[in-house]
Design a protein around this ligand. Structure first.
Ligand code: SF4
Length: 477
């Protein structure tokens, strides 16, 4: 029998609606104190009240009292945005940055090793070559020799991005470790807490954050700065410089992307392709796309980019902010504030669902990036927390179910173009939210959980294995 967890479940379900204790009390025709007492575990509802409550919250009575079978516990708090925005080399945060970090740590722990061996499982095995996982592992562990084994057949894995690393000295095995690349370049050694993970934010839902900000009279970016502490704006300034640099470098570049698909770089072409009769709308879309392509192409070439929230989706947020800065003359400080708010949305998604294509498909990467960009642009416009929430919610809601199916495991098709489409969509989401925010029925928290559940339901072919969807297309046919 599962333990009774009625009070926590009730609070979580109510906040996800979202609804206040007072609103719920009104519907159930009880006093707000009664709801408060239920949530504090001071008493339980009657059978009639429980039935009504479950119906109102849209769950079964059993779920209300005992939770869902596989429902993960609600996280308490979130880590720093410095763990979300990382400056590193592409093309894949989970397939290059994560394994790179795992090897660096393992090598430091085993300085006397004269040989390493690495086995890649799951998505790392299936798309590792296209993503350059083997290349980055060999480079990181060099000059110590390393053999790499790809094992795509083992299916009973604790995480879709699993790797094992072995250290040897002569014939003796010195150490071994199983490591999970959990998305956005973050890793977790089996049996250890996530590397560098420290709780910085006391809240882990938008509902809680929004309520706190309203009570304290804070904008979302002020909340982020308050929680992150001194020096955080300097960090965001570095992030913004790196984003701008990748756009500038991408707009200068031409030629063919590496990997064998013979994909031509298009950012420079898009940037300069101006028709005489180009409308303002067309120009907007062309330039935003050029900036997104610029970052995506730099990423595909293994050049430095910023995870936002991942390498594969790194073009969406900078494209929107760069375009708006050039058009609207926003200062770098204002852009940093937008990055703070956009990052907060990415952090909520990472904490409550996933930003990993191998775990939840492309909805978790490009969908999350679109939500971050929408929130960031809404912040620049100084929209209310409700409108910012609605912008992000629209942006991710309409990516639900988006599959991850990179052709040949390369972060090129459909990834780069998808970044451009998501950047344009982010701006449309903000436009729509400013008209409709008073009428919405679905909260951002609810959509994030739905994205997680949809990701779990996605067939593994559509979760960065290159076995389904567009990845099955043979381009030469
Ligand atoms: S399809 Fe999406 S999730 Fe998959 S590699 Fe490309 S950008 Fe990442």
């Amino acid at each position: 029998m599962k333990p009774l967890c009625f009070s926590e479940n009730l609070k979580h379900l109510r906040q996800s609606l979202p609804s206040t204790q007072r609103e719920l009390a009104r519907v159930l025709q009880v006093s707000p104190t009664t709801v408060c007492d239920w949530e504090q575990g001071k008493r339980l509802p009657s059978v009639e009240q429980a039935l009504k409550l479950a119906e109102q919250l849209g769950v079964s009575v059993e779920t209300l009292f005992y939770g869902e079978e596989e429902s993960p516990t609600t996280p308490s708090g979130m880590p720093s945005l410095t763990e979300l925005y990382k400056i590193g080399s592409g093309p894949s945060s989970s397939h290059t940055m994560g394994p790179e970090k795992a090897c660096q740590i393992f090598q430091q722990r085993n300085p006397s090793a004269d040989r390493f061996a690495v086995t890649l499982y799951g998505s790392l095995a299936k798309t590792g070559t296209g993503h350059g996982t083997d290349r980055v592992i060999l480079k990181t562990l060099a000059p110590t020799p390393c053999t790499i084994t790809f094992d795509p057949l083992t299916v009973d894995l604790p995480h879709p991005n699993t790797m094992e690393i072995f250290a040897y000295r002569g014939k003796d095995e010195l150490a071994r470790a199983r490591v999970f690349s959990v998305g956005g370049g973050a890793i977790r050694f089996e049996g250890e807490a996530e590397a560098e993970s420290k709780t910085v934010y006391p809240h882990s839902t938008y509902n809680e954050i929004s309520a706190y900000c309203k009570e304290e009279g804070l904008r979302l970016w002020e909340y982020v700065y308050q929680m992150e502490g001194d020096g955080f704006e300097d960090y965001l300034m570095t992030v913004w410089r790196a984003m701008r640099h990748s756009i500038a470098a991408g707009l200068e570049d031409d030629g063919i992307l590496p990997g064998g698909l013979n994909v031509h770089k298009k950012a420079k072409h898009l940037y300069h392709l101006q028709h005489v009769d180009e409308t303002a709308e067309t120009r907007t879309n062309r330039l935003i796309s050029a900036y997104a392509f610029a970052v995506g192409e730099q990423n595909a070439c293994g050049c430095p980019i910023v995870t936002a929230p991942t390498c594969g989706a790194a073009g969406v947020l900078p494209a929107v902010l760069y375009f708006q800065q050039k058009k609207g003359g926003y200062t770098d400080r204002e852009i940093c504030r937008a990055l703070a708010t956009g990052g907060l949305i990415g952090n909520l998604i990472k904490t409550n669902a996933s930003i990993s294509g191998a775990e939840c498909g492309c909805q978790a990467e490009v969908g999350s990036a679109c939500a971050m960009a929408a929130a960031a642009w809404a912040e620049l416009l100084e929209l209310s927390p409700d409108k910012i929430e609605y912008s992000a919610e629209i942006a991710i809601e309409h990516h639900l179910g988006l599959t991850c199916d990179p052709i040949c495991g390369l972060v090129q098709i459909p990834c780069i173009e998808r970044n451009a489409v998501a950047a344009m969509r982010a701006i449309n989401a903000v436009n729509l939210s400013s008209f409709l925010s008073d009428t919405r029925k679905i909260s951002l928290d609810k959509v994030i959980i739905t994205m997680r559940d949809t990701g779990k339901d996605l067939h593994h072919r559509y979760r960065e294995t290159s076995e389904g969807g567009l990845a099955r297309i043979h381009l030469h046919e």
